[in-house]
Design a protein around this ligand. Sequence first.
Ligand SMILES: [Zn+2]
Length: 317
Amino acid sequence: MRKPTMKQISAVLRQMTPGQLKAVATEVAALETRWGATAVIEGRFAAGVSCPHCQCERVHRHGQANGLQRYRCRECRRTFNALSGTSLSGLHKREKWLGQAEALRDGRPLRAVAKDLGIHVGTAHRWRHRFLAGPQAAMPESLAGIAEVDETMFLLSFKGQGTLPRKARKRGGKAAKRGLSHEQVSVLVARDRAGVTADCVLKATDATTLAAALKPIVPTDVVLCTDGSGALAAAARQLGIEHHAVNLSAGIRVDGAWHIQNVNAYHSRLKTWVRKFNGVATRYLENYLGWFRTLDRKSPDVLKPPQWLALAMGSHA
Ligand SMILES: [Zn+2]
């Protein structure tokens, strides 16, 4: 079939009823956001294409598939596109991805997202966590100067592993349904004075575990500042990092430059924010930590839906 000319398209549009025109406008809007998402996706290879299977850069173009440029690797002979190997690979309805990215930027609740995007709430849940794999993995390179470090506890639902979120239950109430149990999960947050933040879900809170958690996020030339817990002090010693403890038990909260008010304020913002999701399952906690870390680091003006989509694909904003 030959492509119709613009003149022919206009002629067809002029014959349409208002209802048909509205349907066409909806279709055009969907195609536009699909193109917008496609541009972000193809942007992954803007600086050069490499094979996601073997990292080889000897690749050539190999037609189009699903509206994306397809490539073929000369080394391993496999084909791929810009979505291959990302957490978004295999998801459908690309015209809604920028909407999903916007929902992440705005921290919108699941049911509202499902309604806005016209998708099932189970899909919204799956998309949320697929999209959060990128932000979750995007830990800052490293902290500098003074790093305030503190632990905080989260009460999470241990078994909430189904695909659907629970309805909110009354605040402070016990789990309403049988089979739901809760657990306290400890999260370690390190934040430097420039606001660079790293976090980690702790399996245990002994010095060795803390040292292992701190090692990848805190270079040895930073100075740790903590509330003086014995385990954190011992962890700093194990890592050979200078450490200042604020003696909170003696009522001292600020001692010159030494305080942990930034990290405590971060904990407080994080907990307030997590609360609106009405029951976060333990297995998803790291995704929520990465989500909040990203929201807290960059203002919504800086991180727009296309940047969130790029982050979801694993690029670092
Ligand atoms: Zn290859």
